[in-house]
Design a protein. Structure first.
Length: 454
């Protein structure tokens, strides 16, 4: 790694030091740029404009004190370090205040996609900020011009997350505000650590004009600050890892729901899924669907959709379906009779439908079929439905002269899941009967004189 980060000369270190020190001080210009950047970023977030938000990232001056903080950590410049910390804190407070007042005076304060995009930071955001901070510090040390810093500002987006905090507070969306602030902390910690490492590997350890005793003291202080930065980096990975895990689970669940609804709806003649929404409440998925149909539907369709979903996601589901009747008419089409039906019996033929097996019969037949393969008999069984796990739990007792294989219970589960379209768990207990000697079994061979009898 050192080969990629050559140590720079004393003259170059002085140029870098003067450049960072010149951009780090707090003044009217700094606060003016913070106010303007926060104003532009808030307007961009509320109007859902990516271009406006990028403009705010370029205006924001908070990146300079962040670089100054990491630079002073490696150099041991306590004065620059305290000024950089002060600039970051005051800039953060001013940005949030400006965002709050801007949001208050705007008529439209909805949570746009650009706002929600910055409320769930993950490890990916941490990696982006770390890489961007390292690129910015490397450019400042080893290139003539720091042309990468604007790109770093865009990639890490320091200002927009702070404005998300302000808009979230105004709308009483504290989860949004917390997510925005967590993203800001993620970028701050990652940029600080990455820049400090690059500066250290590039030869910035202490000032060149100090004595050896003071140098040792400063090196110890720098070491403590670097340990603190690493600790903060490790700590911030904990919530980011959790958010990333929950996000992956939610995306996986959403895909399962989407695939299941579309697949089941496709089996209904003349029915198309328009849209749906879902929410998890009390460990149960509540799903609202809208379908377009050429025919009237009944509850059996909803039940099929619920069964398929419970099998896929392993949780209880409840589906409410709104049906949009799709009817093609012309000028000769007569109106539909909407008068309520009378109680008088009609002599219309009742359509015959094939009988449908009940769940208990289906379970009984499936168990018997699988046990017959092992020459065993079903003694008794019972089943119940667990709403918490969305499973049929079956307790069965069997007996036979030969032990069952380990796959018998799983085979029963597979057959029943296909039959009932539900998750199945089978608890099978088996009683081994004493084997009957072959000589004591009744003979099944016909007498020779009876072989040719019809």
């Amino acid at each position: 790694m050192v080969a990629f980060l050559p140590t720079i000369s004393q003259e170059k270190r002085k140029v870098v030091y003067d450049s960072i020190k010149m951009e780090s001080p707090i003044g009217i210009t700094y606060f003016l740029l913070v106010v303007l950047a926060a104003l532009v970023a808030t307007l961009g977030l509320l109007t859902n404009s990516t271009a406006v938000i990028i403009g705010a990232m370029l205006i924001s001056p908070i990146m300079s004190p962040i670089i100054g903080m990491s630079f002073s950590m490696t150099l041991g410049d306590s004065e620059m370090f305290s000024k950089s910390i002060k600039a970051i804190i005051l800039g953060t407070i001013v940005a949030i205040i400006v965002s709050v007042f801007t949001s208050l005076f705007l008529p439209s304060r909805s949570l746009t996609a650009e706002i929600l995009l910055r409320t769930k930071p993950t490890l990916i955001d941490l990696i982006i900020a770390f890489a961007s901070g390292a690129a910015g510090a490397y450019t400042m040390c080893h290139k003539k011009e720091s042309s990468v810093l604007p790109g770093v500002a865009i990639a890490t987006a320091i200002m927009p997350p702070l404005c998300v905090v302000g808009t979230g507070l105004v709308q009483n969306e504290y989860n949004v505000a917390f997510g925005g602030f967590l993203l800001f902390l993620t970028n701050l910690i990652a940029i600080n650590l990455a820049s400090a490492i690059v500066f250290k590997l590039s030869g910035f350890t202490t000032k060149d004009e100090i004595d050896q005793l003071t140098k040792q003291t400063i090196l110890k202080m720098n070491h403590r600050r670097l340990v603190i930065s690493i600790t903060a980096f490790v700590i911030i990975t904990i919530p980011l890892s959790y958010i990333m895990y929950t996000t992956i689970i939610q995306e996986k669940t959403k895909k399962l729901i989407d695939d299941s609804l579309n697949k089941t709806t496709a089996t209904f003649e003349g029915v198309d899924l328009v849209n749906y929404s879902y929410a998890l409440q009390d460990n149960k998925y509540l799903i609202s669907t809208v379908v377009r149909s050429t025919n009237k539907l009944d509850g059996s369709k909803v039940k099929l959709m619920e069964n398929s979903l419970e099998k896929q996601i392993g949780k209880p589901t409840e589906i409410k379906m709104k049906v949009i009747l799709d009817q093609e008419i012309d000028a000769l089409t007569k109106s539909v009779d909407t008068t309520p039906p009378t109680d008088e019996p009609k002599n219309e033929p009742v359509p015959t439908t094939p009988p449908v097996l009940n769940a208990d019969k289906t379970i009984e037949y499936a168990i018997k079929d699988q046990l017959n393969l092992s020459k065993a008999q079903l003694v008794a069984f019972s089943f119940s439905y667990s709403s918490s796990s969305a499973k049929y739990i079956i307790d069965a007792t069997a007996q036979g002269e030969e032990n069952l294989t380990k796959d018998t219970a799983s085979s029963i589960e597979s057959v029943l899941e296909a039959e009932l379209n539900r998750k199945i768990m089978v608890n099978l207990s088996f009683k081994l009967l004493p084997s009957i000697p072959e000589t004591s079994k009744p003979s099944t061979v016909l007498p020779e004189s009876d072989i040719y009898k019809p």
